[in-house]
Ligand binder design. Sequence first.
Ligand code: PHE
Length: 373
Amino acid sequence: MSAPNNTYDPVEVAALAPDAVQRIQADALAAIAAAADLDQLKAVRIAHAGDRAPITLANAEIGALPPAARAEAGKRVGAARGAIRQALASRQAELEEERDRRVLVDEAVDVTLPWDRTAAGARHPVTTVGEHLADVFVDMGYEVAEGPEVEAEWYNFDALNFPPDHPARDQYDTIFVAGPDGAERSGVVLRTHTSPVQIRALLTRPLPLYVVSPGKCYRTDTLDATHSPVFNQIECLAVDEGLTMADLRGAIDAFVTAMFGAGLQTRLRPDYFPFTEPSADVSMQCHVCRGASTRPGGQPCRVCRSQGWIEIAGCGMVNPRVLVACGIDPERYSGFAFGLGIERSVMIRHGVADIRDTLEGDLRFSRAFGMEA
Ligand code: PHE
């Protein structure tokens, strides 16, 4: 602020000259009108109405005028400040309204858009059937046991009484995992069946032992209608005192009832697995012709190819050599085991002709089974 000025000096207070005040006001109003959005207007407010704005500085000069001149100058500066304030307020209102309108448009939700175009998912029948079967056994007191899909050869074969170079290993079309040094045989395989979980369970869990193990398995099979290099098995293992083949038969019948309904007979025929002795393959009466091998009209049953029976699983009494390998006394304990393919069971139960349908992840396939099994 300049010093009091008793002899009116128009030079010293040039900022208060009528045309100067008018120019300040005109500049301010032009800047306000030119502000394109609220941010710009904020900058204009600081520049033209803030503490360092020309009109504020001019106002501060009023005190420097001779008393006689103050009223008139004060009136003009006051009027200019009022005009600027009003212009700011109305531009502010205008820009706010514009912004609100834009937000309404930008953030509008089009409630007329179709909402049903996103396909709802469906759980895969191999998952739901696997879970259902595991649940059936859990209800009977079994525990779910899991093991790795990339498995040590020792668990997949050796501990299961497959001697090295025994032809039975070849039947498993094994995918060998190369070693870090590129060695073809690293001692690690993609498990060819869920039976290595038997060994893991026997080595880590207390006896008596009742476990059910669902999971993925791998073999070098080429993908076709009935083979897949990746498939799921479910395996049951029980080790207790005094278990016999009658208990095995009972567990298998419980499985068949859970999967295919009551009243279907099962049949065991001799087979060979190194880890069970004796071993058997399991068939059940065809769930369509119920063992008759023909349909009601007399035509052949296509589901079992008129056999009346369908092969569903491998089974047997746990080979005492396996028990010994796991440090269990075979004189005191005996056990049974059976294992089967989940995809195959789903295919049999639902008349799916091509295993590839279970692999392709086509929702139309999964949805046909409903959201849950
Ligand atoms: N693991 C065997 C297979 O994949 C099936 C099986 C399981 C047989 C348990 C006997 C007992 O062929």
